[in-house]
Design a protein around this ligand. Structure first.
Ligand code: 1CP
Length: 345
């Protein structure tokens, strides 16, 4: 059966396909990371890049949260910028990604090579094989990539930014070059995600973390066609595709046109509205505010219940936070969250 992992029904894969499952599945964006003491202990000895490039360590970090919490999915430990390093882009993690020579010209875009995942990022594929071997029964592995426009933001600005002004100016000043770059990234991420699926990833996720910087018109002109190109190339694999769109409330009517299985959203959009806009043929993922994990236990229960109520009882909801978990979160709050979703969902 399609939603089965190692002979055991996966609530997560069932929800991706909008089929009823044994319980409401839950996982947490950035679930492997600094809020876990065991991650910090490893990270004190090994830098981030080495963690992602050493398959045994990347697999260990991926599995750490699964040992603590009965999560319904694991996510590969890597970064959205990792495949770009494989394409020859020099960057460092400080800890956020910083690109040595930001992309600003057509000549730079034309010089970008195509990605060949097995040649350029073999360690990612090896990490996936190791994780699969170590996962508990019934827990699938999510592979991921950055969505093309979000990658463009880092490539053009060169570093994190609140408003990514240089990236937005690039869309207006050099629209043709921007489209060329987005097309190149769309193809590279299609190749990268297909290789992850072949290596054993059972679901694929595209992170559109900076979509909310765009007005619907520019989103439809630049970001959306690039995601559509990546998604179209992945369809034949038959692996569920999740598209996470951050701060995308005004973009959801456009997102509804995408051929993806699941739309992930931040906490600002009530899930009942999201369901109405994206329609009955897509599952939804989200969307508790990561700040809610700082509520007293009794209050957290109410906030979890509110998200479940908004999501409704129809199949096709994956519980998650609306964005990545904060590094100063108490792991005990995560344990309570997971239990509460499983009890009530
Ligand atoms: O020092 C450290 O430990 C490095 C911090 C770090 C970590 C733990 C970075 C640098 N990346 C990661 C891992 C990571 N990044 C994962 C796997 C962890 C997990 O989920 O369990 C994933 C899925 C990502 C994806 C990612 N990287 C996104 C999309 C998700 C999101 O949060 O919106 C983005 C935007 C990035 C860029 C990035 N890489 C690192 C940082 C600190 C950032 C954010 C920079 C910024 O705010 O602009």
């Amino acid at each position: 059966m399609a939603a089965t992992v190692s002979g055991q029904e996966s609530a997560f894969l069932a929800a991706c396909r909008r089929e009823p499952g044994a319980h409401r599945p839950v996982w947490i964006m950035r679930q492997a990371g600094r809020y876990l003491p065991e991650y910090r202990a490893l990270r004190a000895k090994v830098d981030f890049e080495a963690l992602t490039r050493t398959p045994e360590l990347a697999a260990e970090v991926t599995l750490q949260p699964l040992r603590r919490f009965p999560l319904d999915a694991a996510i590969l430990f890597s970064d959205i910028m990792t495949p770009l390093q494989g394409m020859g882009i020099e960057l460092s993690f400080e800890p956020a990604p910083v690109v040595r020579e930001p992309i600003r010209t057509l000549a730079q875009v034309e010089a970008l090579p195509a990605l060949a995942a097995a040649r350029d990022v073999p360690f990612v594929l090896e990490s996936i094989r190791l994780v699969r071997a170590g996962l508990p029964r019934g827990v699938p592995l999510i592979g991921f990539a950055g969505a093309p426009f979000t990658l463009l933001c880092y490539l053009v600005c060169g570093r994190p930014s609140k408003e990514f002004g240089a990236a937005r100016a690039f869309l207006y000043s050099q629209p043709d070059t921007a489209q060329r770059l987005l097309g190149c990234l769309a193809d590279a991420m299609a190749e990268y995600l297909a290789a992850q699926a072949t290596a054993g990833a059972q679901a694929l996720m595209l992170f559109e973390s900076w979509a909310g910087l765009l007005a619907p018109r520019e989103y439809a002109q630049f970001a959306l066609p690039a995601v559509r190109r990546t998604a179209a190339a992945l369809r034949r694999l038959g692996v569920p595709l999740i598209y996470y769109v951050n701060q995308g409330a005004t973009l959801l009517p456009a997102v509804a046109q995408l051929d993806v299985d699941v739309v992930g959203v931040d906490w600002r959009s009530p899930l009942s509205q999201v369901r109405r806009i994206v329609g009955p043929d897509k599952a939804v993922q989200g969307n508790l505010d990561p700040a809610a994990l700082f509520a007293p236990p009794g209050d957290l229960r109410r906030h979890v219940a509110a998200v479940l109520e908004e999501a409704g009882s129809a199949p096709g909801h994956i519980f998650n936070l609306g964005h990545g978990i904060w590094p100063d979160t108490d792991p005990d709050a995560v344990a309570r969250l997971v239990d509460q979703v499983h009890e009530r969902g």
